[in-house]
Design a protein around this ligand. Sequence first.
Ligand code: ADP
Ligand code: TYD
Length: 208
Amino acid sequence: MFVTFEGIDGSGKSTQARLLADALRAQGRDVVLTREPGGSPGAEEIRRLVLEGDPDRWSAETEILLFTAARRDHLERTIEPALVAGQVVVCDRFADSTRMYQGLSRGDLRALVDQLHRLMIAREPDLTVLIDMDPEVGLARAKGRHGTEERFEDFGPALQRQMRAGFLALAAEFPDRFRVIDGARPLDAVAADVLATVGAALDMPAHG
Ligand code: ADP
Ligand code: TYD
């Protein structure tokens, strides 16, 4: 089973993906925890190119190509082999992030994102957990990390508001695989909801 986490910067995706992987492993499941951009050596190199530097370093079109190149490598080398081996793949961000960040932030490029996705990736997650929360809180949390990977956070709060609304619309567009979880609560409460949601999907007959 292929599970992804999506949401705005600082919403708690990385934290919740790690807690979910730990909880599933404690149940005896074989779990691969991974992330985008990155998740394979080649894709981690591309990660530095897209997440560091000036916000206007790349055009949205160039970013679509870079994120999709990273995703293709990640899919070939990490995700698909794990799924074939019967492992649960938990991934922090995937193609929905490209649909939002590159598809909406600088004009409407969603059709271009979807075209390239069909050509080069052609795979959707079985389940996507959207951690939803107020962008001001998310941005404050993200800035609290003081990292160097702040290119998208530097686009500012208006972008984060647009991303929140976009992710909620995406959840409505793909209701079969999306589950929306309120992230503006203590860590353990969010984690319990995530585990219940993913556990229920894993226990369905199709996934044994
Ligand atoms: P994301 O991966 O979505 O950017 P992170 O998991 O890195 O988010 O969390 C961003 C920051 O907020 C981290 O410093 C993390 O420890 C903190 N954090 C995560 N979840 C919560 C929560 N439920 N309440 C308070 N702080 C949180
Ligand atoms: P991530 O490391 O998940 O950052 P955060 O923990 O702050 O949420 O992702 C880094 C940034 O990359 C994030 O601002 C969103 C952006 N991104 C895209 O623009 N397109 C993509 O396809 C992906 C996967 C991420």
